[in-house]
Write a protein that binds this ligand. Structure first.
Ligand code: SF4
Length: 574
C-alpha cells in the first residue's frame, strides 16, 4: 500500500434513515477519513455500529444525508460528470448568496448591539418592570445571536460549496470572468470526452477482433485435447459441444480481413486520441488562466475572507476527484465498474437456477458490448483467476462448496475494471480453513490488480492479519483509526480496548490484567446519548464526556482517536 495516492475520501459523511417526522435513525455520523490506493482498510465494531451502512453509502446504494464522498480512482475528465457544469453555472450565485447572508448577519449584529445598549439602561436590581424589560431584552439578544450565528454559518456554507469547484477563487471580485474561463474549460473537456468515447468504441471493436482471432487459434487445440482424452466427464462433454459450436460460428470469419480492419482501426484510434488530448490541453490552459486570479482582488464577504489561512482552507476544499453523491444514476452505474461489493452469504448472491458461467457473464451483458464468445472466454479466464476450473462455467451453485461460491462472488466483483471493493463480512460465513484460502486469494488479487479493499467485519482476528489500517466504529461514529499493528499493540480509545479485551482467549484461565470487558447494550441510534456516544458504557467516563462530544484528532502520528482522554495531549501539542 502506498500512502501517496488517495483513492477515496469521506468528509463529515452522515446517513440518517427517517422513521417519522423529526425522528431519524442516525446510522452514520460525521465520518471523515481517507483510503489509499491498494490499501486493505478494515472496519470493525459491534452489530448496528453503522459499518455496513457506511459501505453501502460509499457505493451510493444508500444516498448520504450530508457530507461528501469523493472518489479519486478516475479523473474528472475521464468521467466528466454533468454536475461540474451545473456547479460552474452556480458559482456567482454561491458568492452572491454568501454576501447576502453575511450582510443580513451584520444587520442582526447591529440590532444585538442596540439591544445591549437598551438593556444596559435598565437596572437588574431595580423595579419589577425594569427587571422584566431586562429579561425580555436578554431573551431577544439570545434569539438574535442565534440568528446571526446561523446566517454566518449559511454564508460560510455557500463559500464552502463554491470552493469545491474553484477553491479560494470563490472569494474573488472577478468571479464572473473566472466562471467564464471554467465554463470554457468544461466545454473543451466535453469535446475531449466525446472523442475519447469514440476512441473507446473503436477500441472495443479492436479488442473483439483480437479475441475472436485468439479464439480461432485456441479452440481447435482445446477440441483436440478433449478428443484425445480416454473418457470425458459430464462437464467436459458440455465444454466440447460448446467449443465445437464456437468453431462453427468462427468458421465464416475472414482472418485476413480482420487483421486489415484492426490496422485501420488502430490508425483511427490514434487520431481520435490525439484530438481528445488537444482539447484536454486547451481545457488545462483555460483553468490555468483562471487560477492566475488566485489571491487577487479578494472580496471581504465575511471577516475571514482576507485571512490567508482561510483561503488555504478553501483551496483544500477544491475537489479533483468525483463527488459520488452528485452523480446521476447513469454516471454512478458507469462508475460501478470501478466499485464493487462482495456479500457475506455467497449462496444468496447466486441464483440457484443460473449456471456459474451465466452468472459471471451477466456482469458483461449489463456493462459491456462484448459478444457471447468474448463473454464466455472472459468468464472462463476469470474462473481460472479465482482458483476455479474452466469446467465450473457449466456448474450450478448447488454443486459448489461455500468457498467455491465465494470465489464466484469474487470473480463477479472483479470482472470489470474494478479498483475498489467493499467486502461486507465476506469471509464470516466460511470455515476457518476456507477463510484463510479466500483471504489469500484476496491478497493475491489485490497485488495483481491493484485493488483497494474496504473490509467490513466483526472478526478482530481476521482484520489484524489482513488489513493495513483499521477503523473502529461505535453507534455510527468513528472512535479510532490506526495502522493494524499499532491498534492491537496500543489501542487508545476505551471502546477499542474493551473490544480487544472481549476477544475469547484460547488458554483456559488466562490472565486478563486490567482489561475491561465490554458490558451492557449499545444505546439506540434513534436517540443516541448526549456527549460521547460511548459514555454510557465507558469505564473511564468523565463529567465532560456526558456533555461534549469529543473531537476526532490525531493523538499520535497516523493514529486518530475521538476521546476526551486525549484532549490534553492535543492541547499540549498546540
Ligand atoms: S470520551 Fe469519555 S466516555 Fe468517551 S470514550 Fe473517552 S473517556 Fe470514555
Amino acid at each position: 500500500m502506498s500512502q501517496d495516492k488517495v483513492i477515496l475520501e469521506l468528509r463529515k459523511l452522515k446517513k440518517y434513515f427517517p422513521l417519522k417526522k423529526n425522528v431519524n435513525l442516525k446510522a452514520v455520523e460525521d465520518v471523515t477519513f481517507k483510503i489509499y490506493e491498494g490499501e486493505k482498510f478494515g472496519v470493525v465494531g459491534e452489530s448496528g455500529c453503522g459499518k455496513s451502512t457506511l459501505g453501502r453509502v460509499i457505493l451510493q446504494l444508500y444516498k448520504q444525508t450530508s457530507g461528501s464522498c469523493v472518489y479519486y480512482g478516475k479523473t474528472i475528465e475521464e468521467v466528466n460528470p454533468k454536475y461540474i457544469a451545473k456547479e460552474i453555472a452556480k458559482l456567482v450565485k454561491y458568492q452572491q448568496e454568501a454576501d447576502k447572508y453575511y450582510k443580513q448577519a451584520l444587520e442582526v449584529d447591529k440590532k444585538i448591539e442596540a439591544c445591549y445598549a437598551q438593556r444596559d439602561a435598565y437596572d437588574v436590581d431595580g423595579s419589577k418592570s425594569d427587571i422584566k424589560k431586562y429579561d425580555n431584552l436578554s431573551l431577544k439578544i439570545g434569539k438574535l445571536e442565534f440568528e446571526s450565528k446561523e446566517l454566518k454559518k449559511n454564508a460560510s456554507r455557500q463559500l464552502r460549496e463554491g470552493s469545491r469547484t474553484v477553491g479560494s477563487l470563490i472569494l474573488c471580485k472577478d468571479l464572473p470572468k473566472i466562471a467564464e474561463l471554467f465554463a470554457k474549460a468544461q466545454k473543451e473537456v466535453d469535446q475531449a470526452h466525446e472523442y475519447l468515447s469514440k476512441y473507446h468504441e473503436l477500441e472495443a471493436k479492436y479488442e473483439k477482433n483480437n479475441t475472436i482471432m485468439y479464439q480461432i487459434r485456441t479452440t481447435s487445440e482445446e477440441i483436440d485435447r478433449l478428443n484425445a482424452l480416454p473418457e470425458l466427464s459430464e462437464e467436459e462433454v458440455l465444454a466440447l459441444s460448446d467449443l465445437k459450436a464456437i468453431r462453427s460460428e468462427n468458421s465464416k470469419v475472414n482472418v485476413k480481413a480482420m487483421v486489415e480492419e484492426n490496422l485501420d482501426l488502430k490508425g483511427k484510434m490514434i487520431d481520435l486520441y490525439n484530438t481528445s488530448e488537444e482539447h484536454r490541453m486547451q481545457a488545462m490552459k483555460y483553468k490555468e488562466a483562471a487560477f492566475e486570479y488566485r489571491g487577487k482582488d479578494i472580496l471581504p464577504i465575511t471577516e475571514r475572507c482576507l485571512d490567508p489561512e482561510y483561503q488555504k482552507k478553501l483551496d483544500g476544499n477544491y475537489e479533483e476527484g468525483i463527488n459520488l453523491s452528485k452523480l446521476d444514476k447513469k454516471e454512478m452505474r458507469e462508475l460501478r465498474r470501478d466499485m464493487q461489493m462482495i456479500f457475506q452469504d455467497p449462496a444468496a448472491s447466486l441464483d440457484p437456477r443460473q449456471s456459474i458461467g451465466s452468472a459471471i457473464e451477466e456482469v458483461y451483458k449489463i456493462n459491456t458490448k462484448f459478444g457471447s464468445n468474448v463473454r464466455r472466454e472472459k468468464a472462463m479466464e476469470l474462473l481460472e483467476k479465482v482458483g476455479l476450473k474452466r469446467e465450473h462455467y457449466y456448474s450450478y451453485p448447488h454443486a459448489l462448496s461455500g468457498g467455491q461460491k465465494q470465489r464466484v462472488g469474487i470473480a463477479r466483483a472483479i470482472a470489470l475494471d474494478t479498483r475498489f471493493v467493499v467486502l461486507d463480512e465476506a469471509v464470516s460465513a466460511l470455515d476457518v480453513s476456507v477463510q484463510a484460502q479466500i483471504l489469500q486469494l484476496l491478497n493475491q488479487l489485490s497485488e495483481e490488480n491493484h485493488l483497494t479493499y474496504f473490509f467490513i467485519t466483526h472478526d478482530l482476528g481476521v482484520v489484524k492479519h489482513f488489513c493495513d489500517r483499521i477503523l473502529v466504529m461505535y453507534l455510527g461514529n468513528v472512535c479510532e483509526l490506526s495502522e493494524s499493528k499499532k491498534l492491537f499493540k496500543k489501542p487508545l480509545h476505551p471502546y477499542t480496548q474493551s473490544l480487544l479485551a472481549s476477544v475469547p482467549r484460547l488458554t483456559i484461565g488466562a490472565e486478563r490484567g486490567n482489561e475491561q470487558i465490554l458490558e451492557g447494550e449499545v444505546p439506540s441510534a434513534i436517540n443516541p446519548p448526549k456527549g460521547c456516544p460511548f459514555h454510557t458504557r465507558c469505564p473511564k467516563c468523565m463529567e465532560i464526556c456526558k456533555q461534549e462530544k469529543p473531537r476526532y484528532m490525531e493523538a499520535e502520528p497516523n493514529h486518530f482517536v475521538a476521546c476526551h482522554l486525549y484532549d490534553e495531549v492535543k492541547e499540549n501539542e498546540l
